[in-house]
Design a binder for this molecule. Structure first.
Ligand code: ATP
Ligand code: MG
Length: 460
């Protein structure tokens, strides 16, 4: 089905609503007009009938023989509306006006004070029939008003509505179409502008009309969305560039080592030395690729945590076992203060182990020989807090806001020498946030750093 533009749809709705209102108005006006006319005619008929009744009542008492003459006189006083006939209960005419005779209005069948009816002889007549009893006899009085003029007027009105309605409708739809076009023109403008924005021009923004209406809000919202997209897009581009760069360095190193070894190695021992160098680089590269894949999967939302109840104390103790080995190799003192209590949280023990190891690895890595690293676990209002304190090189205030960024290293040369690529803390933060936790850091250059991980406890 072909999509219909909003403009056409708006116009169609507008026309439909207008059509319904016009129809409703026309029918109501028509009925009200007819009812109004009939009401005033009926009132006048009632008046006439009452007048006749009064005359008849009087005459029948005083002199019944003069009834016909009295009725004629009474009727002749009326200038128009010569529509009166009176008969007795046997249908015998007592009086019949000239016009009643002319149109041969029949004898009434039954009578009541509210029996109005339209009778179409040659002329549409609205007739009121009344019954009156006097001196032992019953009479039926019929008064009538010709309705032809009224019906002509109503008819005229009806035709005016029927002809004027469509004209009005056509004019209104044209107006509606024009108006909706005008109202939607800014949307078209936004569409054209949005159409021109692509990955190469993500910095472009839509013009925001200062109209304070929905369109201003729409453009602002789209611009905010573009802001977020631009940030994510730049981050991804940067991530890809950094990742390729980090992968190129060890590859170049391995290539050079291999070439040099092939050209210059004389003995098995020489080859062996080269192979060992290459193996070390390969291990670093594998670890880098593993971190990259983890972050990429996390970004894509594929890497999900296994949710289970985990004892943080046990998990941290495991990580400390690995930490002790690292610390020993680096000749750094390692202190562990975890305690025997169970601290339960909901989470993934592998991911938490990775998070703790990143922080222990950093603490050991950035602490010179002879320094110390201490790990502590406490529990404060609703959270387990793991603290990693070192007496290392510290982080400057300038670097502090960035250390959780991907590939960010405070001192590139130094960090690389330690084998770091700047992904550890990004992964740590992702794990903490996936557990609804936080990481905070305090550091003084030259004195040391403290990292604290807060993890919300399992609600029992
Ligand atoms: N305990 C610490 N003491 C001093 N500097 C630190 C410490 N922890 C992190 N940093 C600084 O923050 C940077 C980012 O740390 P991160 O763990 O993300 O990367 P990395 O250790 O360089 O590499 P890797 O991806 O191998 O962990 C480090 O390069 C370092 O400059
Ligand atoms: Mg690290």
């Amino acid at each position: 089905m072909k999509a219909i533009s909003i403009r056409l749809r708006l116009t169609a709705w507008y026309v439909a609503v207008l059509l319904a209102s016009l129809t409703l108005f026309g029918v109501a006006a028509f009925l009200a007009m007819r009812r109004g006319i009939e009401k005033s005619v009926d009132e006048s008929l009632q008046g006439q009938a009452a007048g006749v009744e009064e005359v008849m009542g009087r005459v029948l008492q005083e002199d019944p023989a003069r009834l016909q003459d009295e009725l004629r006189e009474h009727q002749e006083l009326r200038e128009q509306a010569d529509f009166l006939q009176v008969c007795d209960q046997n249908g015998r005419w007592i009086y019949r006006s000239r016009l009643m005779t002319h149109y041969e209005v029949p004898v009434p069948v039954k009578a009541s004070s509210s029996a109005y009816g339209v009778m179409s002889v040659d002329l549409p007549l609205r007739v009121l029939v009344r019954e009156m009893s006097a001196s032992g006899a019953t009479y039926r009085i019929q008064v009538a008003t010709p309705m032809d003029d009224f019906y002509d007027a109503i008819d005229h009105f009806k035709w005016m509505l029927l002809l004027l309605g469509p004209v009005l409708l056509v004019l209104a739809s044209a107006g509606g179409y024009w108006l909706s076009g005008r109202a939607l023109a800014p949307v078209d403008k936004i569409t054209r502008a949005a159409h021109e924005i692509n990955s190469n021009s993500l910095a472009k923004r839509l013009d925001v009309p200062r109209s304070g209406d929905e369109l201003q809000r729409l453009s602002q919202t789209l611009n905010q969305m573009l802001d977020r997209l631009e940030v994510s897009f730049n981050r991804i581009t940067q991530f890809t560039a950094d990742a390729s760069h980090e992968l190129r360095t060890p590859l170049a190193l391995m290539r050079t080592t291999t070439e040099v070894s092939l050209r210059t190695s004389q003995s098995i021992a020489d080859y062996r030395e080269a192979q060992e160098e290459i193996l070390a680089e390969l291990e670093k590269t594998s670890s880098l690729i593993e971190k990259l894949m983890l972050l990429a999967r996390a970004d894509a939302g594929v890497e999900t945590m296994q949710r289970a109840s985990v004892n943080v104390a046990e998990c941290l103790r495991d990580a400390c076992e690995d930490g002790k080995v690292l610390a020993e190799a680096k000749q750094v003192k390692f202190l562990e203060n975890i305690g025997a209590q169970k601290i339960l949280i909901e989470g993934d023990s592998n991911a938490l182990h990775r998070l703790f190891l990143v922080l222990i690895d950093n603490a050991v890595k950035y602490t010179p020989i002879g320094g110390s690293v201490s790990v502590r676990l406490t529990q404060t209002n609703g959270s387990g807090v793991a603290e990693f304190r070192d007496t290392g090189i510290g982080i400057s205030a300038d670097d502090l806001p960035h250390i959780f960024d991907r590939f960010y290293r405070a001192d590139k040369a130094r960090s690389r020498e330690f084998g770091g690529v700047g992904l550890g803390l990004s992964i740590a933060r992702w794990v903490a946030e996936a557990h609804r936790g936080t990481i905070e850091v305090q550091s003084t250059p030259g004195t040391g750093s403290v990292f604290r991980v807060h993890l919300p406890l399992l609600k029992s």
